[in-house]
Design a protein around this ligand. Structure first.
Ligand code: FEO
Length: 137
């Protein structure tokens, strides 16, 4: 069983965003599975962490371009949430690569809760804005 089980209720109905959210979930699941291995995991964890950080930036950028296109009213606050999350991931990556911190269960709890809560709250608001009249221009 995966650490995060994808649920249809997380879908926004915007194909590219749903695809990217599933990819983020899959990367967190890979990170979790690898962390549970007993051997040869340190290098691989670093690679997956890098990929997760890079893909997160890429995903946020896709979403932010979409929000700008529709003059989304809550763009600034949404962007701030993205920036804070990226900073937390980058800080953790640095502590991990300097061997100052291992990947703990509390990090996984944070990643899972942040992503699912963010999709269900702030991301769904974008979808609501687009489907109720904001539209993609
Ligand atoms: Fe899907 Fe606002 O991140």
């Amino acid at each position: 069983m995966s650490y995060i089980e994808w649920n249809k209720k997380y879908e926004l109905g915007i194909e590219i965003i749903d695809y990217q959210h599933k990819k983020l979930v899959s990367l967190i699941n890979d990170l979790h599975d690898t962390n549970e291995k007993k051997e040869f995991k340190e290098d691989l964890l670093g690679v997956i962490l890098d990929e997760l950080a890079q893909y997160t930036v890429y995903h946020f950028s896709t979403e932010e371009q979409m929000m700008q296109k529709v003059n989304y009213v809550n763009y600034d606050s949404h962007h701030k949430l993205h920036a804070n999350f990226v900073k937390k991931l980058e800080d953790f990556k640095e502590r991990f690569s300097n061997k100052k911190e291992n990947i703990s269960e509390s990090l996984f709890v944070f990643l899972k809760q942040w992503l699912i809560d963010h999709i269900e709250r702030e991301d769904k608001e974008i979808s609501y804005h687009i489907t109720t009249g904001g539209g993609l221009v």
